[in-house]
Design a protein around this ligand. Structure first.
Ligand SMILES: Nc1ncnc2c1ncn2[C@@H]1O[C@H](COP(=O)(O)OP(=O)(O)OP(=O)(O)O)[C@@H](O)[C@H]1O
Length: 255
């Protein structure tokens, strides 16, 4: 079987008469990491939303191994190309309930699963957090738990909108290690100049929309030695579910 490939060709995104994303083209294969960098407001989140099939494609195309979201079916597309939101979304219930609800979505059935408890551990959390109400979790805990849930659902691609924005450096390093070991294709938005160097991968710079060498944007010497990535990571349209917590994360409407 060939490795799944997420392809973007001539993607353009406007809001009103403002063109935000101009003619963007790139490819990411499962297992590859593409960092996306650029100033605030340049359109990084809009790019991820378009890739996730959460917003309409206005111009250009996206495809997964040559199949468009329409050909694939939007729920199946989102099961394979998962958008992990930037901010803590307003969720009801507990992480366990969210994970259970997500697995009930028809596009998620009969798909492989990761080991959620192991992911929780590897992300530096204790198992009881899975049964705590979202409202009682810190921003940094919630960010890692949402990530663990998406990783456990095993999409081919994860669209990561600043997945370490609420974390200290120790937790950030754990997240980087787990993501790198996940084997998923990652489109990873970051404002942390050193992150692409720590993790390694490719780098897409917006608004240019061109790939630039990672070495050109940050100095590896800037990274504290004790935070370097361990080269041997440890083991690591169900409308009837509305208003389940899963539907708010996995089925959010386009805008
Ligand atoms: N729903 C919306 N309605 C109107 N404008 C929007 C909407 N969503 C985004 N924008 C605008 O589109 C532009 C790109 O937004 P986006 O969130 O993609 O930026 P970003 O690069 O992810 O920024 P940041 O780094 O601050 O997260 C911004 O100017 C933003 O104000």
């Amino acid at each position: 079987m060939t490795t799944p490939c997420l392809q973007v060709s001539g993607l353009q995104r406007s809001l009103g008469d403002r063109v935000i994303i101009t003619k963007l083209s790139f490819e990411v294969r499962e297992g590859e990491i593409l960092f996306v960098r650029g100033p605030s407001g340049v359109g990084k989140s809009l790019l991820l939303r378009a890739l996730a099939g959460l917003d309409p494609i206005q111009e250009g195309s996206i495809s997964l191994s040559n199949k468009s979201p329409e050909q694939e079916g939007i729920p199946q597309w989102r099961a394979q190309v998962a958008y992990v939101p930037q901010s803590r979304v307003t969720l009801k219930g507990t992480p366990s309930e969210l994970y259970f609800s997500a697995q009930q979505l028809s596009a998620q059935r009969r798909r492989p699963r990761g080991d959620l408890p192991a992911l929780i551990h590897d992300l530096g959390l204790e198992q009881p957090v899975l049964n705590q109400p979202w409202s009682e979790l810190s921003g940094g805990q919630a960010q890692r738990i949402i990530l663990a849930i998406f990783l456990a659902l095993k999409p081919s691609f994860l669209l990561l909108d600043e997945p370490t924005s609420a974390l200290d450096l120790v937790s950030t390093t754990k997240v980087e290690r787990v993501l790198k070991a996940s084997g998923a294709g990652l489109v990873w938005v970051t404002h942390d100049d050193a992150q692409p160097v720590r993790v390694s991968g490719r780098l897409l710079q917006l608004p240019l929309g061109t790939e630039v060498p990672i070495e050109s944007v940050a100095s590896p010497q800037a990274i504290p030695k004790n935070l370097e990535i361990d080269p041997e990571p440890q083991a690591l349209t169900e409308a009837d579910l509305t208003p389940s917590p899963a539907s708010s994360l996995f089925m959010s409407p386009g805008r």
